[in-house]
Design a protein around this ligand. Sequence first.
Ligand code: SF4
Ligand code: SF4
Length: 158
Amino acid sequence: MLNVESKMILIDLDKFYEEKELVAPCDELKGMLEKAIRIVICRHCEDAGCVSSCPQDALKKDGEHLSRSNYLCTGCKTCILACPFGVNVDEIVEYKRKPLDIRSLDTIIKSCNFVMEGEFEETEDIVKLEDNIFVKAVKWKKQLGILNTPIEEKLNER
Ligand code: SF4
Ligand code: SF4
């Protein structure tokens, strides 16, 4: 977790999906990308193909929460093929990964065009992932036009 005194960053997932290519300094963001994708982009399918396809039993779904055990996952990528929505990417199923070091943030901000520094707060398209780390992505329900329909707005008012 980043120190509250440190920079506030925004990871633009839409931009990341457009390129899906990480330069070396951005490797440290893989854990955050996985967390963001599993929270914001994943549909949390009731009968999740990713979970049943995993030969290592590394994926666990608990309600709306999908997690992957780094100890069990071998990085075989079967879950990527099994997801009908293509939400998973190679970078999020790595067996080993470098933890995010706040001393690298300046380099990351300069090198990764999907990461920016600034003042951010939660909005319809921005989700707070951790202290000082925000993620921007158009939510899938909104993309499909099933969020903020007049009916949904009425339900939200109750
Ligand atoms: S990449 Fe990991 S989580 Fe995905 S199917 Fe293979 S072992 Fe399971
Ligand atoms: S199949 Fe895809 S969308 Fe469904 S829970 Fe798994 S990763 Fe999420």
